[in-house]
Write a protein that binds this ligand. Structure first.
Ligand SMILES: Nc1ncnc2c1ncn2[C@@H]1O[C@H](COP(=O)(O)OP(=O)(O)OP(=O)(O)O)[C@@H](O)[C@H]1O
Ligand SMILES: [Mg+2]
Ligand SMILES: [Zn+2]
Length: 548
């Protein structure tokens, strides 16, 4: 028996065999059983999803001598002839090569004749969008007064190119792209029947590469089998389809995360030398980043990713070292890179530059994460909401050692002043020093709150309370709320500083700024900002580019 390509050999002959278009098949079957046949149908949808196939099955069912109500019998002479393409009653016209008015005029003359043997004369017009305007007009005349027992089935991948006047006279069906799962199942079935074995992810890689077209999948399938023989390894599938291995993509992402520019460039060069299509590679990287996001955000990503457990673990490992915002930025950069690569005459360079740009994104940290980390350090809620912005923090820059040591020394609350005088007068005299120690102690626990306390003015210190106030109503409005809601922390520090239980109280009149407060104000107010920056650097490695 002569070799037949799979797409032809496996062309479905019944409604049930058409994969993924069940709704359309059911509607056509219902029309058959109710004997409600329209004069014109329009089948739209991407290439290779079963439009012509469905049209032929329907044409057979309309003419089947066994008069089926659900589909063709595929046994009678009529069915045989239509399958072979030799029936005078089913006429296939290629819109791409019959575009002239003469062709359509000839068709209009033919249409007048009744079917030769069957019940219906069926015209299947493929690629109907290719017809010229005058050809469409000639068609329209036929559609306006359709001869009885004539059915037109127009098929197109580009329905928007069909004039509305034709559109409105047709019953339209939109064919879906075939899902990866459906394609893989069909390929598995065909491989089994043809005695071909696939190792590893071979079938899934073909299904993935077909982009929804069953015919494309079958063409890839044939290419792979003719190259690899009856036992097909995953590697061979990758070679034929020009797809990089998962290990390679993982290594590229590793280079991006670690900022290894040399690694990125050499990976891209090697992949290119292996004959991998770089546009496939950029799409695979996009899928990989999508999987990383899912790994980052869900605990059981298995079904959503469809990769084996080891691979999921390795992706999880990479994702765990990155901020969620970083992965999203990386995806956006890759998406743009993929877009820019298509029209470019230098796709290799575009890809390299895109990956290098991604190294910056990999070290981004979302503001929300910074706030979260700082809160976990200070052990409370500063009321910071979730913020979508991100700040780039260069991960690999050495952290200035001074900042680290400084931080370590200031981790604990200021120790009690052992020699604080206890008489009322003396207490009042040194109260300002106490207040500064309290500010410092609070800053160490919660830098922002420490900064707020610097705006409060010391008034007096008694045995059991330290009284503060503000210079004016505006400052009260700005700072009082935050102090009130953190009173517990402040009282705790205050008691620790004085070595006895003392609480904070407020004076409700405007107070003059003290000397101490006036003098070091600039330096002091900058202190808590430095504390915050130090805190950030302590948790997110990096350097401060500018302190202004
Ligand atoms: N839904 C499907 N189920 C099973 N096989 C399919 C399906 N769609 C396509 N095929 C396979 O692909 C081949 C081509 O399909 P068909 O000619 O029907 O596609 P089409 O949608 O008309 O494509 P085009 O727009 O390129 O004309 C079929 O012979 C069959 O082997
Ligand atoms: Mg077709
Ligand atoms: Zn039949």
């Amino acid at each position: 028996m002569t070799y037949q390509i799979s797409a032809r050999k496996w062309r479905p002959q019944t409604f049930e065999e058409v994969v993924g278009q069940e709704q359309i098949a059911r509607t056509l079957q219902n029309a058959l059983s109710a004997n409600r046949i329209a004069h014109a149908y329009l089948f739209c949808g991407m290439r290779g999803v079963g439009k012509t196939t469905m049209a032929r099955i329907f044409a057979k069912a309309l003419n089947c001598l066994n008069e089926p109500t659900k589909g063709p019998c595929n046994n009678c002479d009529m069915c045989h002839d239509i399958t072979k393409g030799s029936s005078p009653d089913v006429i296939e016209i290629d819109g791409a090569s019959n575009t002239s008015v003469d062709d359509v005029r000839e068709l209009r003359q033919n249409v007048r004749y009744a079917p030769a043997r069957g019940k219906y004369k069926v015209y299947i017009v493929d690629e109907v969008h290719m017809l010229s305007k005058s050809a469409f007009n000639a068609f329209l005349k036929t559609l306006e007064e359709p001869p009885p027992h004539t059915v037109f089935i127009f098929a197109t991948t580009e329905p928007h190119k069909i004039p509305e006047t034709i559109h409105s006279r047709c019953q339209t069906f939109v064919f879906k792209g075939c899902s990866k799962v459906d394609i893989a199942a069909q390929l598995n079935k065909i491989a089994k029947e043809d005695g071909i074995t696939f190792e590893g992810q071979g079938i899934d890689i073909i299904a993935n590469g077909a982009g929804g077209s069953m015919r494309d999948a079958l063409v890839f399938f044939d290419q792979v089998v003719s190259y690899a023989g009856k036992n097909v390894s995953e590697e061979k599938v990758r070679e034929v389809l020009g797809v990089a291995g998962m290990a390679r993509i993982s290594a590229i992402i590793d280079s991006v995360i670690t900022g290894d520019v040399k690694g990125i460039v050499s990976h891209v060069r090697e992949v290119e030398q292996e004959g991998v299509d770089l546009k496939n590679l950029s799409q695979d990287i996009l899928h990989y980043l999508r999987n990383m996001t899912i790994c980052k955000l869900t605990s059981e990503p298995g079904d959503l990713i469809g990769l084996d457990a080891d691979l999921i673990e390795s992706i999880k490992g990479q994702a765990s070292g990155l901020d969620e915002t970083a992965i999203q930025f990386m995806f956006q950069i890759m998406l743009k890179t993929d877009f820019d690569m298509k029209p470019s005459t230098l796709p290799t360079l575009v890809l390299e530059m895109g990956l290098i740009k991604m190294t910056q994104a990999a070290s981004m940290v979302g503001i929300a994460s910074i706030i979260e980390k700082m809160e976990s350090v200070s052990g409370g809620d500063n009321g910071g909401g979730s913020v979508g912005a991100a700040v780039p923090v260069p991960k690999r820059e050495a952290k200035p050692a001074a900042i680290k040591e400084d931080r370590g020394a200031k981790k604990s609350v200021a120790p009690p002043l052992d020699n604080l005088p206890m008489t009322s007068n003396q207490i009042t005299n040194d109260g300002e020093t106490v207040w500064l120690r309290v500010q410092e102690g609070v800053s160490n626990i919660r830098p922002r709150l420490g900064g707020v306390l610097e705006h409060a003015i010391f008034h007096s210190l008694t045995v059991d309370s330290l009284v503060i106030g503000f210079a004016n109503d505006k400052e009260v409005a700005f700072y009082r709320g935050e102090i009130d809601s953190n009173m517990e922390i402040i009282d705790k520090v205050l008691s620790e500083v004085l070595g006895r239980k003392v609480t904070l109280a407020f004076k409700d009149v405007a107070l003059p700024k003290t000397k101490k407060q006036n003098a070091p104000q600039g330096e002091e107010s900058g202190k808590w900002k430095k504390e915050i920056v130090g805190e950030v650097l302590n948790h997110f490695p990096g350097v401060v580019a500018s302190d202004s």
